[in-house]
Design a protein around this ligand. Structure first.
Ligand code: NAD
Length: 356
């Protein structure tokens, strides 16, 4: 348990409990950081002590909404505060390496948004630094905290879907066009982290094609199609785009026994399990085999409606307190980074497969 965290008395009914409060400093309270801020400000077990943002507008919004939180523009005021146990970084990706390094060097546990960083060497250096400092490094791979993804993992691990043949996902919308990282680096960390989590293995090769339409001169690709191949023959295809008419958040998993579609845009019926497949039958006349289609029931399981971001933030707090390795730790972030880098190399070579 971190020595600096506060033990706070909480009265529940007639009993009084002592709970440990982890003091959090958050940097970057923009479009996404404000959601992390809301969660860390309201979680049992964490106290959002200080928020840092370079933007005056963001700072005044935070101050107006959370009058008890200290708001600053200088990151050093977060990392030099001995009361702050952990730093949450939700700035734009090109700043992740420097800010995470400074926070780890200052002896803080770190939660950094995806993508971990933009270069594999920087990611490896961060993982090593966290190990050396005996500090936690967690990456914001929110989808591995999503109740539907956890359910899918249970279905796969229990063998209910049979052998997994292939998966394909789409993460599309007409959305925020970024100016440093392309759509692959912005969106695909989510899908890659899901695939690694579900299959529990890393791909042997990656192929990707992508095009820049909106920022051609800067070669920032708006749309990308990537395919990962695994040793056992499994295949995972991911299509990402911020230049698409429809918001799509869909993953299909095809197993030898059953198939599943996870549609995250659905309000309640997010997962459908199809008892569909192709069976091998014996032909007793020819002593050969023939294939027959099977179309059985479609099950729509009830999924826990908890907010994935809340579960992710809670997981971080619990790991800080218990000193356990987060599910999406730095090593996991580095695996995703290596796949992104291989996909980018493939894009730059016109779709030539790359070893990971
Ligand atoms: N997990 C998810 O589902 C999800 C969704 C969206 C974005 N993100 C990630 O969140 C991060 C932030 O994205 P965003 O869309 O909120 O960006 P944004 O531009 O809206 O916000 C970034 C904020 O960081 C501040 N900032 C930048 N550098 C700073 C510095 N050195 N010190 C202090 N403040 C600084 C900016 O002023 C800005 O307010 C990115 O890594 C992005 O990939 C994650």
């Amino acid at each position: 348990m971190p020595g600096r965290s506060l033990a706070v008395g909480v009265v529940y009914g007639e009993r009084r409990f002592e709970i440990t409060m982890i003091n959090i400093g958050l940097v970057g309270a923009g479009a996404w950081g404000k959601h992390l801020l809301r969660n860390f400000a309201n979680l049992p077990g964490s106290r959002l002590k200080r928020v840092c943002d370079l933007s005056e507008k963001v700072r005044s919004t935070v101050k107006a909404t959370y009058p008890d939180v200290d708001v600053v523009s200088d990151f050093r005021k977060i990392i030099t505060d001995p009361e702050i146990d952990a730093v949450v970084i939700a700035t734009t990706p090109e700043t992740h390496f420097e800010l995470s390094t400074l926070a780890l060097q200052a002896g803080k546990d770190v939660f950094v948004e995806k993508p971990l960083v933009l270069k594999v060497d920087d990611g490896a250096a961060l993982v090593e630094l966290a190990e050396r400092q005996h500090k936690l490094l967690m990456v914001g791979h929110i989808m591995v905290y999503h109740p539907a993804v956890l359910m899918l993992k249970g279905l796969i691990d229990s063998g209910e879907l049979g052998d997994i043949h292939y998966l394909y996902g789409a993460r599309l919308n007409l959305g925020k066009v970024r100016e440093i990282e392309n759509a692959l680096w912005s969106f695909a960390p989510h899908d890659i982290s899901i695939v690694l989590f579900l299959l529990d293995k890393e791909p042997v090769s990656v192929t990707a094609v992508a095009q820049a339409y909106l920022q051609k001169s800067k070669s920032i690709e708006d749309v990308s199609f990537m395919t990962m191949l695994f040793e056992g023959g499994e295949m995972a295809n991911i299509h990402v785009s911020w230049l698409d008419p429809n918001k799509v958040r869909k993953l299909t998993v095809v197993g030898s026994k059953k198939m599943v579609v996870f549609d995250d845009t659905e309000a309640s019926e997010k997962v459908r399990i199809y008892d569909k497949g192709v069976d091998r039958n014996r032909d007793y006349q020819t002593y050969g085999e023939y294939l027959s289609l099977r179309t059985g029931d479609i099950i729509i399981p009830k999924i826990d409606s908890s907010e994935p971001l809340r579960s992710e933030c809670l997981h971080f707090i619990e790991c800080v307190e218990s000193r356990t390795r987060p599910r999406s730790d730095g090593a996991e972030g580095l695996k995703v980074l290596k796949i992104l880098a291989a996909a980018q190399r493939s894009i730059e070579q016109g779709g030539v497969p790359q070893k990971v």
